[in-house]
Design a protein around this ligand. Structure first.
Ligand code: DQA
Length: 148
């Protein structure tokens, strides 16, 4: 299984930005965390992080035909980006959405996600663990161990 993990704007600032919300751990440690889960399951993983909406759209389009599943934390674009939603719908690759924080307990503008309309599941408020749950959900789905 080939998995693409996409992180949106400011996720590269983990460990520096708003530690009370996003924790002390760096973006690099998030990658190591995801890599070790994928290694255990024999998942071929690649990562993409960008602060630019169009670059994220381009990367999703590139995934067409070469990627089995996508985990995405679109960060602030969650709440604004019809373009990322449309790209995910266009490629039609099984996708899960992740948020480190609980977006539903934060400012009202964070309560709405465009991306949820393309995601099979959304994991939020569990920090790095949300990525693990998203990876394992997609792994089990694509291994045929789970219905739906
Ligand atoms: C986030 C939540 C978003 O509202 C915010 O803009 C982010 C990160 C999260 O992981 O909790 O940058 O997606």
């Amino acid at each position: 299984m080939k998995l693409l993990i996409i992180n949106g704007p400011n996720i590269n600032m983990l460990g520096i930005r708003e530690k009370g919300i996003y924790g002390e751990e760096s973006y690099e440690s998030l990658l190591s965390y995801c890599r070790s889960i994928c290694e255990k399951k024999g998942i071929e993983v690649s990562f993409f992080q960008s602060n630019h909406e169009g670059d994220i759209v381009d990367r999703i389009q590139e995934a067409y035909g070469s990627t089995d599943a996508i985990v995405i934390n679109p960060a602030a674009y969650t709440h604004t980006s019809v373009a990322i939603l449309d790209a995910l719908k266009a490629v039609n690759i099984p996708c899960c959405e992740v948020h480190l924080s609980n977006i539903y307990e934060r400012e009202e503008f964070r309560h709405h996600s465009y991306i949820s309309l393309a995601a099979e599941k959304t994991f939020y408020g569990e920090g790095f663990k949300g990525y693990e749950k998203a990876i394992l959900y997609l792994f089990e789905k694509l291994s045929g161990k789970q219905e739906g």
